[in-house]
Design a protein around this ligand. Structure first.
Ligand code: DON
Length: 304
């Protein structure tokens, strides 16, 4: 297998030199305090070998990256019935867009935009005994790391300012696509987004999507056709109205979050996570995207 250490060292050095690092998200007040100069990267290959550089061990708010994990848990629980409640097409719109939702009768375009993740949260609440605790245990289990936790301050901060998510949830509810009440669903949704992880922890969790549904401990979490579907959705919908650009520049299925994290993978080969808190205009990490473009272009490793 390839030695990724020299290339990730180069990537970190280049990132440190960049003067335009993008803008840290401030619509969730608790996220606005993060140092924009942080930069971390970690790669885990399919032999379990880890390569890391920069602030790879520092935890940050994974935000929308959690949408892949809630999708994964819900899909493994209810199977194909899930697609009656949420679509699989890219939206071509920002992550918190509302008008499509109204035009399409409360069926969100896909599970990786906010509206879709809100419906997935509803499915999990209906199917779990103790939803927040069971979901966290699921994520901890995949990573074999019981230290992974919610950031209550971030969840609370988003609850106070999450007006567009309230609007989306009430719209979905009005079309009959939420079984539980809006407060309960959003409390779960905000908590899932608030999970803290480092790049090193993220690659361990996303290892299951790279390794045919099996984690590093070789426990199985998803069937192979389910892994195919989740990776396809990450490729077409993981970066909102910049999904085409990410496929074009990087060429890997992946997912971003407004905390500045990005995780991406090449099936059966490696999984990579980057963290740089400054975002571009579409809400994706500016230097994270540049780093991943360099990684796949220099190594020639992408799905294309
Ligand atoms: O609902 C929100 O707005 C945030 N909890 C998550 C948004 C997010 O991470 C979008 N990603 N790029």
């Amino acid at each position: 297998m390839k030695d990724f250490q020299p290339i990730i060292k180069k990537i970190v050095n280049e990132a440190k030199r960049q003067t335009d690092k993008g803008k840290v998200a401030n619509y969730i007040p608790e996220l606005s305090n993060i140092d924009p100069n942080k930069f971390g990267i970690c790669i885990l290959d399919n032999n379990g070998v880890e390569y890391k550089a920069g602030d790879s061990n520092e935890q940050f708010s994974i935000q929308s990256i959690s949408k892949v994990l809630s999708l994964s848990m819900a899909f493994s629980m209810i199977g194909e019935d899930l697609w009656k409640r949420v679509g699989v097409e890219p939206s071509g719109d920002p992550f918190n867009h509302l008008s499509l939702l109204e035009m399409e009768n409360g069926i969100p375009r896909n599970p990786l935009i906010n509206a879709g993740a809100i419906v997935i949260s509803d499915i999990l609440i209906s199917n779990l005994k103790d939803p927040k605790s069971d979901f966290l245990k699921y994520v901890q289990g995949i990573a074999n790391d019981p230290s992974i936790s919610y950031d209550e301050k971030v969840a609370e901060s988003e609850k106070r300012t999450g007006f567009r998510n309230y609007a989306a949830a009430y719209l979905i509810k009005s079309f009959g696509n939420l079984e539980n009440d809006v407060e309960t669903v959003l409390d779960f949704y905000f908590h899932s987004c608030s999970i803290k992880m480092s790049c090193e922890q993220l690659v361990k969790v996303f290892y299951i999507f790279m390794n045919r549904g099996n984690c590093l401990q070789n426990n199985n979490y998803l069937k192979l056709p389910q892994v195919k579907r989740i990776n396809a959705i990450m490729l077409s919908c993981g970066f909102y109205d910049e999904a085409g650009e990410f496929a074009f520049e990087v060429g890997l299925p992946g997912k971003s979050g407004v905390g500045g994290g990005i995780v991406a993978l090449l099936p059966n080969t490696f999984c990579v996570a980057t963290w740089s808190p400054g975002l571009n205009k579409k809400g994706n990490s500016k230097l994270g995207m540049l780093a991943l473009e360099k990684l796949t272009t220099d190594t020639g490793l992408s799905i294309f």
